[in-house]
Ligand binder design. Structure first.
Ligand code: ADP
Ligand code: MG
Length: 236
């Protein structure tokens, strides 16, 4: 077997909300690893803890306890953020949401470039990397269009380009295909798969969309904050 590179490791992540009557254990001691180059679907009913898990490993939300490593860097130790969390957020993590959240007054290309400029990439290199990824995703001919001049599927591709342009170790995505029809949903899942293989990113995708599950490498199921790991995809 090929040695695998671990893109993300989580140990004992737990999270509660509220207290007394409003107490909810949203995550219960979750342990898992994501390998570079794999796509994992995170499945579970509404309220089971999917978004909580995604926002904790995306360093947006803080766990009560547990530890987390992203791209070889420890970022959470015993529930506390450690190390250069801002660098890890900018360089090791990418996010794609159900709505593309593009900046309306910037062109498609500017939406992708803005994250590189924030990160200090030179304008000439930013332009080259931006063009390359937009070509990869089939939207290079729409580079100068504003978001409202693009279809929903094209907007989602711009958001994916923006998430991938910094070569993150981990791409996190919450219901990215929920607003798309079956064919577009499968295309988007196919793009994640291609990005994972070509760029060596681990992709964790929260989805209710069983129409694309044959495209993922593994599935995780969560219920009442308890994570169960299936080693093969649901439909294979
Ligand atoms: N900010 C919050 N305050 C209080 N309860 C929350 C908060 N966020 C989520 N919850 C609760 O935690 C549980 C898990 O929520 P969530 O992670 O959003 O689930 P999912 O994404 O699977 O629908 C749910 O019972 C939800 O109501
Ligand atoms: Mg959710």
């Amino acid at each position: 077997m090929n040695p695998t590179k671990i893109a993300l490791r989580a140990e004992g992540l737990s999270k509660h909300y509220g207290e007394g009557n409003t107490f909810i254990q949203a995550l219960q001691s979750c342990d898992f690893e994501l390998q570079a180059g794999e796509v994992v679907a995170l499945l579970g009913p509404s309220g089971s803890g999917k978004s909580t898990l995604l926002t904790i490993i995306g360093l947006i939300n803080r766990p009560d306890c547990g530890s987390l490593w992203i791209g070889g860097n420890q970022v959470i130790r015993d529930g506390t953020l450690v190390g250069d969390v801002n660098r890890v957020r900018r360089q090791e993590l990418g996010f794609v949401f159900q709505r593309s959240n593009l900046i309306p007054f910037l062109s498609a290309e500017e939406n992708v470039r803005v994250v590189m400029e924030l990160d200090g990439t030179s304008p000439s290199e930013a332009r080259v990397r931006c063009r390359e990824i937009m070509e990869d995703l089939g939207i290079a001919d729409r580079a100068d269009n504003a978001p409202n001049q693009l279809s929903g599927g094209q907007q989602q591709r711009v958001a994916i380009a923006r998430a991938l342009v910094n070569h993150p170790s981990v791409l996190l995505t919450d219901e990215p295909t929920a607003a798309l029809d079956k064919e577009r949903g499968r295309q988007v899942m196919g793009l994640f798969k291609k990005a994972a293989k070509q760029r060596g990113a681990a992709v964790l995708v929260v989805t209710h969309d069983h129409r694309s599950l044959d495209l993922v490498d593994r599935t995780f199921e969560i219920e009442d904050g308890l994570l169960e790991i299936n080693e093969t995809s649901a439909d294979s």
